[in-house]
Design a protein around this ligand. Structure first.
Ligand code: SF4
Length: 299
């Protein structure tokens, strides 16, 4: 079996920065209670590794970040890479919490652009995922932000000025078709693509694979990670016949690769490189031995 590592893949700058901020926070405040508001990045192994530093996470996908803040009575709160709604900042300050903000600068930038457009009197079509923390921090800004998850959400609105933008981790295919559908209905809408560079180049690298040369692509990442799901979606759209999504080497079934000569491996922007390397070693080792996952190697 020939095994190819797709490049680039794995941690992006925003994820690296968020993890480093959490590590630095523990060093700076060795005795304080530290809690992350939601998952720091969308990977359960990163969450477990943070617990080893006595950094806890409050998470409940049914509750907003504003509601979740009720579960942090004291100490330090870390805002995640996905950014937060301005009301969350105010509430944390009012509660007397020390705030460590690990929001990715690209997410902050999208929120700033949308806020500016709202001030200028635009209605905003925001392409994103309902209840995803990054999207939530934007579609809850105003009733004039309309969340678009699919074409059926492109509603009839009476607005003179319409601005269209998106969550940073969307699929380049999906976004193109939604931009076109919105443009067809609102030809004067201003369209502004906010897919971040890290997401774009990782998807582009998958798109550049020749489906006739690759028998299978393994996408390593957490099921809750939007950019990981979109990497897999990009592969399917590109015509790669077999796309296998796994979180770790333990989940990989060698029988799923029966007959595959050329296998490529990629991973989402929030996937620890250690987990991907274990998979690469498993595939390239003739005995196909699976290594145990050691949380000490995650951060
Ligand atoms: S995927 Fe993009 S927006 Fe998200 S943390 Fe990474 S660089 Fe930032």
């Amino acid at each position: 079996m020939n095994v190819f590592e797709v490049k680039p893949q794995g941690y992006c700058g925003g994820v690296r920065q968020a993890i480093q901020k959490a590590i630095d926070c523990r060093k700076a405040y060795p005795d304080q209670k530290i809690t992350v508001l939601g998952n720091l990045v969308h990977n359960q192994y990163v969450k477990k590794a943070l617990e080893q530093l006595d950094i806890q996470t409050v998470e409940n996908s049914q509750r907003t970040r504003l509601e979740l803040l009720d579960d942090i009575p004291e100490g330090i709160v870390i805002f995640t890479a996905h950014g937060v709604h301005p009301d969350v900042r105010t509430k944390a300050r009012d509660k007397g919490l020390i705030v460590v903000d690990a929001s990715c600068p690209f997410v902050v930038q999208t929120q700033a652009i949308v806020s500016q457009k709202l001030k200028e009197g635009y209605d905003v079509f925001y392409i994103g995922k309902y209840k995803h923390p990054e999207a939530e921090s934007i579609y809850l800004l105003s009733d004039h932000v309309h969340l678009i998850q699919s074409e059926k959400d492109i509603c009839d609105i009476k607005a003179d000025k319409i601005f269209v933008t998106n969550q940073t981790t969307m699929s380049i295919y999906e976004i193109d078709s939604l931009f076109r559908a919105i443009h067809a209905k609102y030809p004067n809408a201003q369209i502004h693509d906010e897919i971040c560079n890290a997401t774009r180049v990782r998807q582009q690298a998958v798109r550049n694979l020749d489906p006739n040369q690759i028998d299978a692509l393994i996408v390593v990442g957490d099921p809750s990670s939007n950019n990981t799901r979109k990497l897999a979606a990009t592969a399917w759209e590109s015509g790669i016949r077999t796309v296998i999504k796994v979180q770790n080497v333990q989940e990989l079934n060698i029988d799923d690769l029966k007959g595959a000569q050329n296998v490529a491996v990629t991973s989402g922007a929030s996937t620890p490189g250690y987990l991907t390397k274990q998979i690469l070693r498993f595939l390239t080792d003739d005995s196909h031995q699976k290594e145990e996952i050691c949380i000490d190697h995650i951060l």
